[in-house]
Design a protein around this ligand. Structure first.
Ligand SMILES: [Cu+2]
Length: 151
């Protein structure tokens, strides 16, 4: 095979690979995460922190978050703060469903990520990696920025 033929074959292979990639992207619609954050509490030594953000589902089908993980915490779960007899309590949310075209906001006083036993002290502006596990077996890599206040 001469060099010219070999290089055009290479281009063709690359184009096919690109095409296959585009097809996969279109087939796997994922919700989008934005404004992820954790409130910075200096030298707190807190065993538990809360994470917030927005999750938007622009897919044609409903999606659901069923679990979350972070390499910087021993355990992560989804929680909801609810008022019971005038007292603020937290309860675990086992499945957070989001309909097509809908957005869910995790914010202080409501839904949040419960982050247990941090591996170390957080720095201001640090980005904490988090993986959201979806009901269909897919997962979403997102970030939470350590901030003084909500974005
Ligand atoms: Cu909680």
């Amino acid at each position: 095979m001469n060099r010219k033929r070999a290089s055009s074959l290479l281009v063709l292979t690359a184009l096919l690979a690109l095409n296959a990639h585009a097809a996969t992207e279109a087939a796997v619609c994922e919700p989008t995460w934005s404004e992820g954050w954790i409130r910075w509490i200096p030298a707190s030594g807190m065993a538990m922190q809360a994470g917030y953000g927005k999750l938007r589902n622009d897919c044609a089908r409903p999606v659901a978050v069923v679990a979350a993980r972070s390499p910087l915490y021993a355990d992560v779960s989804l929680h909801e703060t609810v008022q019971v007899d005038g007292v603020s309590r937290m309860r675990e949310v086992e499945r957070l469903g989001i309909g097509p075209g809908k957005e869910i906001v995790l914010q202080p006083g409501g839904l949040h990520l419960m982050l247990m036993q941090p591996a170390g002290e957080l720095e201001l502006d640090q980005k904490v990696p988090l993986r959201l596990l979806l009901a269909d077996g897919d997962s979403l890599e997102v970030e939470l920025q350590v901030r003084r206040d909500a974005p």
